[in-house]
Structure formats: structure tokens, C-alpha cells
Design a binder for this molecule. Structure first.
Ligand code: IPM
Ligand code: MG
Length: 359
């Protein structure tokens, strides 16, 4: 049965990087992958055309897709939209919420060829392989009440950090199961010394632990986790945390690998439907310059093949192709250093495509 993939290029560098990823997807189709590929607007691009960052047509197409590939959303052009619900970011957050994509997997893997590109010493990061499991549809990102309002003559801004036991439990299970498939160590990150919501988080993780006796569970406060990530990142195997802490820690983890331009992600719902996107943003400063790194998006296609389309063989082939291109010394600007060959977005995509046919 043919499966249906929705591509949402979005804003900024989104269109350039998804274009390269779609080339690889097309190559997979030529090799027999039975999928149809459709495109739709999201974020600022959708706002400009439809007046909404997540138009009905896009949401409907997303709901009926087997998997979604998203570039990036947002940019200074839309930062002045006063109605927050019309900002590009709401397109992305709306997709996550409407599709129930609560389980966000953000692997931070250091390609050995990029050890020199990391801002940390090669010995601190070599062999790094962390999986951050971030809760994606709850926590302070979505809690009610929220807003900015006048109180006693001045404006106050407020948000609500809330998690129910069932929300914590389902992301906890994703993380424990992920740890079972990897190094069997799970570190739950919270702020249980200050915030009640994360006291409950910790309790639920502890309650689940006996069901996964092969996994060693530990807990860490988020401030310490941020420090440990840059001090000794290899102590981590799987990290599980809430929406906002996961947002912040995954950017830090990404940088350990040389560039945030290398990191893919998967966001899954209860039925295995997934949205795949690079962890980085829309990088408006380099948009349209053909210099962005398309590898995170290409590697997101690999995650899509593995987690939503049950095509792990093709997924590994894409990952090997990326390795081959890095071996050959090709680098986009973000990961280039002396002795490597700097290439454009398009050249990088073409090189991966070429390698894909030969690995
Ligand atoms: C991410 C991004 C998003 C987030 C933004 C663009 C809304 O930073 O996917 O990490 O905060 O989740
Ligand atoms: Mg982020």
C-alpha cells in the first residue's frame, strides 16, 4: 500500500534544506519505496498566503499523512505580528498538538569525522551518542492560563507549568523503552527542588522504574544537567525531560556534535505517525544563500524511514551516505574547518545523493 508523505518546507532556510532531503526521498522511490509526496504551507509562508500559520488545508493534509517532513518556521518578518496565535511558531506548535505528537526523539550523535568541529575537546565528545526524549505537547508550552494582562496598573505576563500523571507516564514509557534498546541508562531531568510539577514528574518516573528492571534510572536537576552536558556528556545514554527543559538541553547537546545543523528529530504520537524535522530553526540570516547545512533534514528522512515507514535498511543507507560524504571532507560552512572542502547546500545534497547510490 502506498504511503503518503507531507512535506512542509516552512520559512527561512526551510525550503532549501527540504529540497535536498526530498531529492534523497525521490532516490528511495526510484529504488522501490512506495510513497507519494505532497507539499503544503506552514508558518510564515502560510500566514502570508492564508493569514494563518496552520491553515485548515495543511492541517487536514497533515492528519491524513503517514509521515510529515518539516523544514523550519519563523523569522524576523513575522516577529511583529501582535496576535501570538498567528505567529509562525504557532503553526509548528499547532501541528504537534493537533496530531498528538507527544514523544520527541532528539539524538545527539557525533560523527567521528566532526570531532574537530565541536566546541569541546575531541576527547570529551568522541563517541558521543545521546538520545534526548522530550515531552512535546504539554508542560509550560501549552499550560493554561497564559497571557499578558493588566493587573493593578501594570502588565503582567504569565504561563502555567502543568503535567498530569498520565502525560508523564506515557513519555516515561517511551524513554524507558528507548533505553532498553540502547545503553539501558535513563536520566530523568527535572527541577524537583523547586517546582511541584516536577516533583510529580520524578515520582511517576520512580513508579515506572520497577517495570523496566533492566534500565538504570537516575534523576538530575536541569541546571546540573546543563552543566554535565558540557562537562562530561558521555555519561548520558537516554535523557527524558519536559517540553521546555528538552528544548533548551537539546540545543546544547546539538552543539556538542559540531553543529546544530547535523541533528535530526522525530516527533511521534500514540499510533506511530510522525513528524520529522531538523532540530535547528529557520536561520533567517543565511536564508536563500545556499549555505545552510541540509544534513539534519536528510537525516530526518532517515528517521522517518526507520520510525514511521518501517524501512530501516533504507534509513541506514542514508546514514552511511552522510558518513561517506563527511569522510570525503565535504563540509557546509557551519562544520567547515581547515583542510576540509566547503560546499553549498545544494552541493552537499547532491553529494549525499551520489553517495546514496554507491553505499
Ligand atoms: C524546537 C524549536 C521550537 C520549540 C520553536 C520553533 C517553537 O525551538 O523545535 O526546538 O521551541 O519547540
Ligand atoms: Mg528549540
Amino acid at each position: 500500500m502506498s504511503r503518503n508523505i507531507l512535506v512542509l518546507p516552512g520559512d527561512g532556510i526551510g525550503p532549501e534544506i527540504t529540497r535536498e532531503a526530498v531529492k534523497i526521498l525521490d532516490a528511495c522511490r526510484q529504488d522501490g519505496l512506495d510513497v507519494t509526496v505532497e507539499e503544503a504551507l506552514v508558518g510564515g509562508a502560510a500566514y502570508d498566503t492564508h493569514g494563518e500559520p496552520l491553515p485548515e488545508v495543511t492541517l487536514a493534509a497533515a492528519k491524513s499523512a503517514d509521515a510529515i517532513l518539516l523544514g523550519a518556521v519563523g523569522g524576523p518578518k513575522w516577529d511583529k505580528i501582535e496576535d501570538l496565535s498567528k505567529r509562525p511558531e504557532k503553526g509548528l506548535l499547532g501541528l504537534r498538538k493537533h496530531l498528538g505528537l507527544f514523544g520527541n526523539l532528539r539524538p545527539a550523535v557525533l560523527y567521528p569525522q566532526l570531532a574537530e568541529a565541536s566546541s569541546l575537546k575531541p576527547e570529551v565528545v568522541s563517541g558521543l551518542d545521546i538520545m534526548i526524549v522530550r515531552e512535546l505537547t504539554g508542560g509550560i508550552y501549552f499550560g493554561q492560563p497564559r497571557g499578558i494582562e493588566k493587573r493593578g496598573g501594570e502588565r503582567v505576563g504569565f504561563n502555567t507549568y502543568v503535567y498530569s500523571e498520565s502525560e508523564i507516564e506515557r513519555i516515561g514509557r517511551v524513554a524507558f523503552e528507548m533505553a532498553q534498546k540502547r545503553g539501558r541508562r535513563l536520566c530523568s531531568v527535572d527541577k524537583a527542588n523547586v517546582l511541584e510539577v516536577t516533583i510529580l514528574w520524578r515520582e511517576v518516573m520512580d513508579r515506572l522504574a520497577p517495570e523496566y528492571p533492566d534500565v538504570e534510572l537516575s534523576h538530575m536537576y536541569v541546571d546540573n544537567a546543563a552543566m554535565q552536558l558540557v562537562r562530561a556528556p558521555k555519561q548520558f545514554d537516554v535523557i527524558v525531560t519536559g517540553n521546555m527543559f528538552g528544548d533548551i538541553l537539546s540545543d546544547a547537546a546539538a552543539m556538542l556534535t559540531g553543529s546544530i545543523g547535523m541533528l535530526p528529530s522525530a516527533s511521534l504520537n500514540e499510533s506511530g505517525q510522525g513528524m520529522y524535522e531538523p532540530c535547528h530553526g529557520s536561520a533567517p540570516d543565511i536564508a536563500g544563500k545556499n549555505m545552510a547545512n541540509p544534513l539534519a533534514t536528510i537525516l530526518s528522512v532517515a528517521m522517518m524511514l526507520r520510525y514511521s515507514l518501517d524501512e530501516s535498511e533504507l534509513a541506514s543507507r542514508i546514514e552511511r551516505a552522510v558518513g561517506r560524504v563527511l569522510d570525503d571532507g565535504l563540509r557546509t560552512a557551519d562544520i567547515a574547518y581547515a583542510g576540509t572542502r566547503q560546499v553549498s547546500t545544494q552541493e552537499m545534497g547532491d553529494a549525499v545523493l551520489d553517495a546514496f547510490h554507491h553505499v
